[in-house]
Structure formats: C-alpha cells, structure tokens
Design a protein around this ligand. Structure first.
Ligand SMILES: Nc1ncnc2c1ncn2[C@@H]1O[C@H](COP(=O)(O)OP(=O)(O)OP(=O)(O)O)[C@@H](O)[C@H]1O
Ligand SMILES: [Mg+2]
Length: 305
C-alpha cells in the first residue's frame, strides 16, 4: 500500500491522468500504470518528487495500455471486420475481451461465430438488454476469453435503444474485462457519445476518394481524440494518399495500411491471412504487440534487468 498511489487513485476520480502527472510531477506512464494496476503500488514507496533516475528512464519509454477500444468506420469500410479480428487476436494473447456491437446493422456477433442471424437472434441477449448485471449478458465466443454482446436484431429494435442505458452498461462492462472493444455506430454523433470512455479510437477508412474525404470530414469533430486515434487504411490498393489527407494521418497517433483480400470471409475463424495482417500491424500499434513494453517498464521501476 502506498500513500502516493492512493492519492493518485483519489485524484483520478475527478481529474485526468495528465493533470495528476503534472501536479505530482510523476511521469504520465507511471500514473496510468498505477491506475490500471500494471504497476504495483510498492514501486512508489520512498518516491522522491525530485524524480529518481529510474523513473526518468521510464518516462522516455512508450507504454500504452488500451483498455477500451472503439472501432469506427463511415460505412462499409471494414470496421466490424477489424473490430472482430482485434477482439479475437487480443483474446488469443490470453486477455479477457468483451466485444459489443453498437451498430444499427449488427453483424459483430455472427462474425465471431455466434449464430444469431435473423430468427435466431431471439435466443440471445443483445444491446437492448443492457441493464442490471450487464456482464451476465456477454455470450462466450469460440475463442477462450472472448465474449460478445450482439447488437439489436432489427433496425426497428435499434431505434428503441436507450443510449443513456448503453453508456451506463458500457461503464459497468469496463470493470469486468481487460479489453473492451466497441463496434461503434455509423452516425458520428452516436459514436462520439462513447468517446469519453475510449482509450483509443480505431478509424477504418478505405484508400479511395470517398474514404479519404471522409477522414478529412471527420477531422474537426475528432478534436482531442486525434491523439488517441489510429487510422486503418483498409483495402488499400497501394495508391498514393493525397497530401491533405497525409497531413491528417500525421496528426493521429498512428496509421497502417491493410490489403484488399479477395478471399476474406465474414467469419473471423477462417481468415488466417488477413487476421495475421491485423495481428502483426494493428496490435503492436495499440500496445498489444509484445509483452516487451510491460516487462521492461516494470523491471525498470523495480530495478530488475
Ligand atoms: N481488406 C478487405 N478485403 C476484402 N474485403 C473486405 C476487406 N475488409 C472488409 N471487407 C469486406 O467488406 C464488407 C464490409 O465489411 P464490414 O461489415 O466489416 O464493414 P463495416 O464498416 O462494419 O460496414 P457497416 O458500415 O455496414 O457497419 C464485408 O463483406 C467484408 O468482408
Ligand atoms: Mg459494421
């Protein structure tokens, strides 16, 4: 137990980690690590605000722990495909993942192997059920540690969704898993309601004129999310990106290109090649690539090798 760690947690109830870091003069990565539990409280025992050398070293290291990932696409760009593959691949790393479909046209759960298309939808909980102990609603997918909540069965049902309840439910789910993946709704104003909960936003666009233009159109609304935004240029045919779009890409936290895969099936378990691409390119960008970051950070703080 550390007084300083307790103070950080108390402050976090009302202010952002950035503010805690600057007012206590502790590196932001360390503040985030204490809040997420990745850094043990003891690491702050005998902490000297004059900043001991070990923590200065840590400050230079990039350490990202993305707890809540929102995946957004302006329409038909591959957002659900990417959200599903991300959930699957993060779960394969042994992390407990919840995936939630917030789309008007829901397809995430079937993509993850749940047979809840059409009439079968009534057999499963879905987005409209979000109240009470919401964790009980999560359906196990074929992959260990991966659970999913399907979206509304029909568009008519989707229009009955109570977004206040969804926000409460999402907040409740965050505490029950290591990674929550939200397949965000297409209307940007609905997706933006989830932004305060997100650690990062994966924006999926296509490398064609409408896709590039969509990125430019969204940019003013991203505001402070821009530094938490990772762009996936999907179905990229290797075409050059217009300069005006390149400038936007460079303002985000990072971007990758994924290929058009003519063999892609709408089933996460039968796309070895494409899921491999997502694993190798997108996961490292989001901080899930290797355990290296976590180990070196901890060992540096604890003084190990
Ligand atoms: N890289 C790719 N190569 C080939 N096909 C792809 C690729 N990415 C996605 N697709 C296909 O594009 C279609 C749309 O994908 P998906 O449903 O994931 O898009 P979306 O952005 O979630 O759409 P919506 O806006 O309707 O929610 C699917 O048939 C999917 O298999
Ligand atoms: Mg979708």
């Amino acid at each position: 137990m550390s007084v300083l760690a307790d103070r950080i947690r108390k402050m976090a109830e009302s202010v952002e980690p950035e503010f805690i870091a600057s007012s206590l003069r502790i590196p932001l990565d360390v503040v985030k690590g204490i809040l997420s539990g990745e850094i043990p409280d003891e690491a702050l025992n005998n902490y000297d605000p004059g900043r001991p050398p070990e923590l200065r070293v840590v400050e230079k290291k990039r350490y990202v722990r993305n707890k809540v990932i929102g995946v957004y696409g302006p329409g038909g760009t591959g957002a659900t495909t990417i959200a599903g593959i991300l959930s699957y691949q993060i779960a394969r790393q042994g992390k407990r993942v919840f995936a939630v479909d917030l789309n008007e046209f829901s397809a995430l759960a079937p993509f993850l192997g749940i047979d809840c298309w059409a009439e079968n939808a009534v057999k499963y909980p879905n987005l409209l059920w979000l109240s009470g102990d919401v964790r009980k609603l999560m359906i196990p997918a074929l992959q260990n540690d991966l659970h999913v909540l399907p979206g509304a069965a029909t568009v008519q049902k989707y229009h009955e969704v109570d977004w206040g309840k969804v926000q409460e439910g999402i907040a409740d789910l965050i505490s029950g898993c290591e990674t929550l993946v939200l397949d965000l709704p297409n209307p940007f104003h609905l997706a933006a309601r989830m932004f305060p909960n997100l650690d990062c936003l994966v924006l999926v666009i296509r490398n064609d004129l409408p896709g590039m233009y969509a990125l430019w159109q969204i940019k003013p609304l991203l505001q402070e999310m821009l530094l938490k935004t990772y762009v996936v240029v999907n179905q990229s045919a290797g075409k050059a990106v217009p300069m005006v779009v390149k400038e936007v890409l460079n303002m985000t936290a990072g971007h990758i290109y994924l290929p058009y895969d003519p063999k892609l099936k709408f089933d996460v378990y039968s796309n070895a090649e494409f899921t491999g691409e997502v694993r190798d390119k997108l996961l490292p960008l989001l901080g899930y690539g290797e355990e290296r970051g976590k180990k070196s950070l901890l060992s540096m703080i604890l003084g190990g090798r």
